[in-house]
Design a protein around this ligand. Structure first.
Ligand code: GLC
Length: 444
């Protein structure tokens, strides 16, 4: 095996560079294993699942634009230049009054995702724009208080979680720590400064920041105490982080010199685990006790990593639903799953439902095809462990947990017909199941 530490460092350096030019999340450089055995057990269960779905759904789905980011002034964001910023923001907030997803059918979502072979689900309860997909007691800026308010499923989160629980999915809630709708994060008294960051001086207005912390605490509490048990709390917006986690590099990228945006994670984690004692907490990119697994974004690491991880990946180019997205082929997605699993990770594949609540046709097609592949070959994926040399040319290697079965997954080119035999390390193996996309043989 190549030196994992060196590779991790290289990977981080690479990510730091690219994170500055788009909205890709920076990665942490450290990993700390949980010490609580309940959490550790849950982590191992989660690692066996291998394949999950991330759902980005919010008011941005109405016009079909990138999630939240267009209200944030950063270089890479494109905006209609015929509108003033204030006009644009008013239009954006107004989307809440148009978001009426009458076709919302979470049981159907769960059904197609189960057929796709996905085993866990992470749902955007609130993205950076602050629009809640649950009936929050701490803000009216939610799906339950706007165009969808008279619908029996107005408390969307409840219906999503129970539909997926019914299909035995592990349940995760995405929650954005930054909230650009909150006056305690972006205070209208000041212009939006430093893009995504808090726009007032925390030292000058400490009570305002305290209020924001309390609001964040309260909303996470609601999500974890009012909607049944949750397995994963997936926290996005890594620029909100404590002082100890800042280093020179991240400080520059975070643009928060002098502005430590600490929300007291130990307190949040204590509360979170009161209702869900084995909860996995994923405080993305922060490192330390509350990042129970790491989440390389839109990329697959080069090799096996010495800690639990998950690649989160868009199915097209965008997290949210956009018109004419550029979807990856099923072949690419199956290969990615094999590659990730061979390196010991999980794949969290994103789907963006549209404004009506429907899953776009190209996503349905791909999920159906991945599911068909997994029904034939899932034994070489689920619950497996990496096997040296992991990845070699067209072959990816995995093994059963007890090491009794060792598999080679041979990746086929787009449209290539599976061969009857393949040669690996000088041995010729007969291919029993001639699947599309990739075939599996058990090694001697
Ligand atoms: C990035 C994007 C954010 C998205 C997340 C999902 O951090 O900026 O919008 O929700 O990735 O991983």
């Amino acid at each position: 095996m190549k030196n994992p530490l060196l590779l991790t460092i290289l990977l981080c350096a690479n990510l730091t560079l690219s994170a500055q030019v788009d909205n890709r999340h920076e990665q942490s450089t450290t990993y700390e294993w949980p010490t609580d055995t309940k959490v550790l057990d849950k982590l191992h269960q989660w690692q066996d699942l291998k394949f999950g779905v991330l759902l980005h759904w919010g008011i941005y789905s109405v016009p079909g634009i990138v999630e939240s980011w267009s209200i944030c002034d950063e270089e890479w964001v494109r905006r209609d230049t015929t509108m003033s910023y204030q006009q644009y923001k008013d239009w954006y907030w107004g989307l809440a009054n148009k978001f009426n997803p009458t076709q919302f059918n979470p049981s159907q979502w769960a059904e197609v995702m189960q057929r796709a072979g996905m085993k866990y689900m992470i749902f955007t309860t609130k993205h950076h724009d602050g629009f809640c997909m649950f009936d929050s007691r701490f803000t009216d800026f939610s799906i339950a208080h706007h165009a969808f308010r008279d619908n029996p499923q107005r408390d969307v989160l409840q219906h999503v979680l129970s539909a997926f629980r019914n299909k035995q999915f592990m349940i995760g809630t995405y929650f954005s720590k930054p909230d650009w709708h909150s006056q305690d994060y972006w205070w209208d008294v000041y212009p939006i400064k430093r893009g995504r960051q808090v726009n007032y001086d925390i030292k000058r207005w400490p009570w305002r920041w305290e209020r924001f912390k309390q609001f964040t605490y309260n909303q996470i509490d609601e999500i974890l105490s009012r909607y049944g048990s949750v397995d994963i709390l997936w926290l996005d917006g890594g620029w909100i982080r404590p002082a100890w986690s800042l280093n020179e590099e991240s400080e520059e990228w975070l643009g928060c010199s002098g502005q430590i945006q600490d929300i007291n994670m130990p307190k949040i984690a204590r509360m979170a685990r009161e209702n869900n004692p084995d909860l996995l907490i994923v405080d993305r990119s922060v490192g330390g006790k509350y990042e129970n697994y790491r989440t390389p974004e839109k990329q697959v690491p080069d090799t096996v990593l010495p800690y639990p991880w998950e690649t989160c990946m868009t199915m097209g180019d965008s997290w949210s639903f956009v018109y004419n997205d550029n979807y990856k082929s099923t072949n690419t997605l199956v290969h990615m799953l094999c590659d990730v699993v061979a390196k010991g990770g999980n794949l969290l594949l994103n789907v963006g439902p549209d404004a009506n609540g429907e899953i776009p046709e190209p996503c349905l097609k791909r999920m159906e095809e991945i599911g068909a592949w997994l029904r034939d070959n899932g034994y070489a994926i689920y619950g497996t462990r990496p096997l040296q040399p992991y990845s070699q040319g067209r072959v990816r290697y995995t093994q059963s947990k007890d090491g009794m079965h060792r598999y080679a997954i041979y990746l086929l080119d787009e449209g290539e017909i599976a061969p009857s035999r393949i040669e690996i390390d000088g041995y010729v193996y007969r291919v029993k199941k001639k699947s599309k996309h990739a075939v599996v043989v058990e090694l001697m």
